[in-house]
Design a protein around this ligand. Structure first.
Ligand SMILES: Cc1cc2nc3c(=O)[nH]c(=O)nc-3n(C[C@H](O)[C@H](O)[C@H](O)COP(=O)(O)O)c2cc1C
Length: 190
């Protein structure tokens, strides 16, 4: 699959069905994430691939109730976490730039696109209780749990989704017009 196709194929689907998680899948996704660029090659990203049934069920309890309606069909949750001290902090001017969030975001994108090529759904979420995630997975408190990536196979049966969820399953949520986000040569108020 070429990059353009992977970008266009990737969706935050919610209709999932169970699949087998193999060492090969974990290696392929972990390797893709590790090849992302980072400031000074600091690689602040850390990932826990949670697929053991008992732990996965426990992790489901940390999801918000609206995410529990669909994400509990996941076969794996990848927990992405990082701490700011592990990456560039540039504060020599009036702008304080902490790059760990930017860099883990890039690594997550690589992982998600790689998952797309493997014909997997990899749906990042922010709706979870981070304290519970820390506790369940024994993640030290100085790390920030940035996202949980819900992994499964796409299910064509949409009956367990809400009307709103069903709509976005079929139709990609609208994007801003390109002229709102892309400028030529100089910033323009629009
Ligand atoms: C940081 C982040 C947090 C998100 N949190 C949630 C979430 O808690 N629950 C959910 O159902 N989707 C969540 N999403 C998915 C977005 O709603 C989805 O990416 C967006 O609507 C665009 O749809 P698309 O990815 O299919 O193009 C999140 C996505 C990102 C990147």
């Amino acid at each position: 699959m070429d990059v353009k196709t992977a970008i266009e194929t990737r969706r935050a689907y919610r209709s999932l069905k169970k699949m087998e998680i193999t060492q090969d899948i974990i290696d392929t996704l972990g390797n893709a994430a590790s090849l992302a660029p980072s400031c000074f090659n600091y690689q602040p990203w850390r990932f826990i691939f949670v697929y053991e049934e008992r732990l996965l069920k426990h992790l489901f309890t940390a999801l918000t109730s609206s995410n529990q309606t669909w994400a509990t069909k996941a076969s794996m949750i990848i927990v992405a976490f990082a701490k700011k001290e592990d990456d560039c902090i540039i504060d020599r001017d009036e702008y304080n730039r902490e790059y760990y969030l930017f860099d883990i975001g890039q690594a997550v994108s690589y992982l998600v696109l790689q998952a797309t090529e493997l014909e997997l759904v990899a749906h990042p979420i922010a709706g979870y209780n981070p304290n519970l995630v820390h506790e369940i997975l024994s993640i030290p408190t100085n790390y920030n749990v940035i996202t949980l990536i819900i992994v499964g196979k796409k299910n064509s049966n949409l009956e367990f989704l809400s009307d709103k969820q069903r709509k976005t399953e079929i139709e990609r949520p609208a994007r801003l017009p390109i002229n709102k986000i892309v400028f030529h040569n100089r910033f323009m108020e629009n």
